[in-house]
Design a protein around this ligand. Structure first.
Ligand SMILES: NC(=O)c1ccc[n+]([C@@H]2O[C@H](COP(=O)([O-])OP(=O)(O)OC[C@H]3O[C@@H](n4cnc5c(N)ncnc54)[C@H](O)[C@@H]3O)[C@@H](O)[C@H]2O)c1
Ligand SMILES: O=P(O)(O)OC[C@H](O)CO
Length: 327
């Protein structure tokens, strides 16, 4: 999106072949099929070249986007901290796109970032919202939220990305944005399971709505703001991922509902952050005494060998209750 906005953009890749394809054929077949990429998007595998690119970027659009999964966030931050300090780039805004909790620590991405960066890299934030990469690559309309406590992070993210078909909205609710992004993946697995079992559109709508109640409950308990969960990074990303067949999390759910085992689905190379997130979210909810029945049902199917239909029956067999407050 930044390259489409004429922002000179350099993608730091780990794989030489990916980098070469982007620079020569303007394609990234490993991740994005045959979709053409803007010629302004360049790639490198060399950290020094990435730092030089940042030093040459105009200040209003200078921005680092960490586009790695949550499991790689800590090591990525640890790599960048000394490099940015040594290159006089410690004030460069850094935003991340990952959605989930860190395994073992159970930390949200901002907790990882703050624990590694401390005050040494002060301008940070999370960039999230409903955005399938393949649609962004096609430059179709998309709206995202950047949440940060620093004005410069919001300004630079907006300057780099907000144009043409990309809208950037600002928020100061880092926790709410991250919880919505993490938990929508779990609900997308739940909706995929329901659709794989052919339980119908009514069931899917119920799961989305009660899933949002569950996300909101945990999010508020963790310090998020209620309104955030009806925004782009809550309801917006939840609807996209729970209903859009481009979602890897929904695809995992669909395959489970159709009778495939988790091992065989993951062996086929499917990356779905909701699988790890479900257990971490349930652990954090249990510690806070928060009821998360849909997340619990997803964990039962994923990790406790409960057949999908039995998990659904258990969900439906719970006592009747008031819809609001969402307890
Ligand atoms: N793909 C999408 O449509 C999309 C949309 C919005 C947000 N996101 C979020 O952005 C993040 C990245 O998504 P993705 O689909 O590109 O994920 P991905 O799993 O394809 O990985 C992205 C990049 O991270 C690199 N990476 C993986 N493990 C690493 C490690 N241990 N150390 C360093 N680099 C590592 C990979 O080489 C790859 O280049 C995710 O958390 C995802 O939720 C993805
Ligand atoms: O393919 P998924 O399920 O990881 O979803 C991708 C993005 O998070 C959608 O916003």
């Amino acid at each position: 999106a930044s390259a489409a906005n004429n922002t000179p953009t350099l993608l730091l890749a780990r794989d030489e072949a990916v980098s070469l394809d982007i620079n020569t054929r303007h394609r990234n077949p490993k991740y994005l099929g045959d979709l053409p990429l803007p010629h302004r998007l360049q790639s490198t595998t060399c950290l020094e070249q990435a730092l030089a690119h940042l030093q040459g970027s105009a200040q209003p659009q200078r921005l680092i986007i960490l586009g790695v999964p949550v499991m790689a966030m800590r090591s990525t931050c640890e790599t960048w901290l000394p490099l940015l300090q040594a290159s006089n780039l410690a004030n460069t805004p850094v935003v991340w796109t990952c959605k989930g909790f860190e395994q073992n620590s159970g930390q949200l991405p901002h907790e990882i970032v703050y624990s590694v960066f401390g005050n040494q890299i002060p301008n940070t934030g999370v960039l999230s919202g409903p955005s399938f990469a393949k649609e962004v690559t096609r430059n179709l309309p998309v709206a995202l939220t950047v949440a940060s406590h620093n004005e410069i992070t919001v300004q630079n993210t907006t300057a780099a990305l907000h144009a043409n078909n990309t809208r950037i909205y600002a928020s100061n609710d880092v926790i709410g944005v991250e919880v919505g992004g993490a938990l929508k993946n779990v609900m997308a697995i739940a909706c995929g399971i329901s659709d794989g079992l052919e339980l119908g559109a009514n069931a899917r709508a119920a799961l989305i709505t009660r899933g949002l109640a569950e996300i909101t409950r945990l999010g508020i308990a963790l310090g998020g703001q209620a309104a955030t969960f009806s925004g782009l990074t809550g309801l917006g990303d939840l609807v996209l991922t729970a209903t859009g067949d481009l979602s890897r999390n929904r695809q995992v759910g669909l395959a489970l509902g159709q009778g495939q085992s988790l091992d065989s689905i993951l062996a086929a190379g499917m990356t779905a952050e909701g699988v790890r997130c479900a257990r971490d979210a349930l652990n954090r909810a249990t510690a806070l005494n928060i009821d998360m029945p849909i997340t619990k049902a997803v964990c039962d199917v994923l990790f406790n060998a409960i057949p999908p239909l039995q998990a659904v029956s258990r969900l439906l067999a719970r006592e009747a209750k008031a819809e609001w407050p969402a307890e």
